[in-house]
Design a protein around this ligand. Sequence first.
Ligand code: ZN
Length: 436
Amino acid sequence: MTLNNRDSTDEIGQEMYQIIGDLYPICRSITGNGLRATLNLLRQHIPLETHEIPTGTAVFDWTIPKEWNIRDAYIRNSLGQKVIDFQKSNLHVVNYSVPVKAKMSLAELKKHLFTLPDHPEWVPYRTTYYNESWGFCLSHKDLLQLEDGEYEVLIDSSLEPGNLSYGEYYVQGSTADEVLISCHACHPSLCNDNLSGVALATVLAKHLGQLSLRYSYRFIFIPGTIGSITWLWRNQNQIAKIKHGLVLVDLGDAGKFTYKKSRRGDAEIDRAVVNVLKHSGSDYEVREFDPYGHDERQYCSPGINLPVGCFSRSPHGEFAEYHTSADNLDFVRPAYLADSFSRSLSVLQLLDNNRRYVNLNPMCEPQLGKRGLYRMMGGTQDGGIEELPLLWVLNLSDGEHSLLDISDRSGLRFDALKRAADTLLQHGLLKVLEGS
Ligand SMILES: [Zn+2]
């Protein structure tokens, strides 16, 4: 389970950026045809299974809402000119707006208009999922251009009983223990939040689908909040299988990596991400869990309490472009996406390989020289085995310490310790602890 080739990583960055570009124009929401079209498009990459849950279904304390679909929306001035046009950007309509066909004064219309005075060129992203209402979003610059007079308002949408859709892809490993990868796929034309997470989950799923793995991996593409609540409600008797999990969001921008720990705080996933970031050679930040954020709020609610953390670059609300039209195709770059892929894959690789071993020759050190392992390791450049990882693995392989424990204690890279453990296994000096 490796991918270290520079060219392959560049290609992955391009592939992720292409997925984001393909998904960008679609008007997504927490339900409806935009979400379905998104899942359909992802099916070109991975064999995603789609689930449809009817409106009105009670999911814990929540209820699946009516399904929202939109065909067109605009505002025309008294000259008949379109001053706001949904066809130019789906952010122009407040997501989940009820249908409207009316004429009104500018003063009346302004009650339904939203802008960002601090960023006069940008269009905000607004939603009204659980409150039947309507509105338009526009740049503050365009708002200032609107003259007094009568305006014609049209929102050709529907809000009716239907379904909530989500996608799921399960990669079978050699054990039933699972790693959960979750991303929200409900935002319209916004790239970092969260087409970057969708693209990363897709390429990770594609990559893992080709490997032989210890864990089974479950990828879910869901609408934010209501989607994770629905998924957890439907899978209550399965969630004990989830041993580790990540929410992927905001992974295409230039910011440093940010990891928000699970509610448990000391779960293996928390330690794995911190270990990978510590050895990544670039700046990063680790934060303790808090009950604000993305779907980790549901996975880490007290009755669920799964070991699921949130992996990001710049976290939500901490970059100016967040939830605005400026979170566009220029804001995310293939190189940052590729870097996010490499880090995430390293985390999954670490989890998959994090075993405990037993030293079969624990009475003093084994004589490495007679096995060709001492001072014959050669240059590490050509994949040779370093001495120090061999000694650390031998010393701490008492069945109590995992390779991650050894990495944390020695300060050595996990992959160097894994290579050492493989070599010692080959030479009969080590065995894997059953069930570890
Ligand atoms: Zn968001």
